[in-house]
Design a protein. Sequence first.
Length: 131
Amino acid sequence: LEARTTPLTTLAAEPSASATWWLSVARSLDALGDRLSMQLAADVGPGGSFADVLWHEPSLSSRVGRVSAQGTRLLERVRTVRRSVSRFAGEPARARDVSAELASIANEERHYSHRVRELFWDAYNRDIGGD
């Protein structure tokens, strides 16, 4: 997977004890958490995109379960780090730890998005191709 620059990767690359950096971290985590919450709400549950995949391709049920669980874990991790940011904002000694968490979350989010796209693409190809 090709790395891409996101607000989280930019913030992770430049840890700082400044109030501006901590506020940017909080806002970026909030935005990611909101986006993941909306995506999971649209994908998981009755009538969600994953249910549609399963209706068309029941053979993908284990992958759907794994991708869904990965999204849920990622959202919880974002929320956990966000709580830490609220608790430790402004502490210079914590900036590097938070920076490492941001880089890790950005990487995990990239992998999760890739897996979701692969799942939908596979379901689409199977449906069209009749596999």
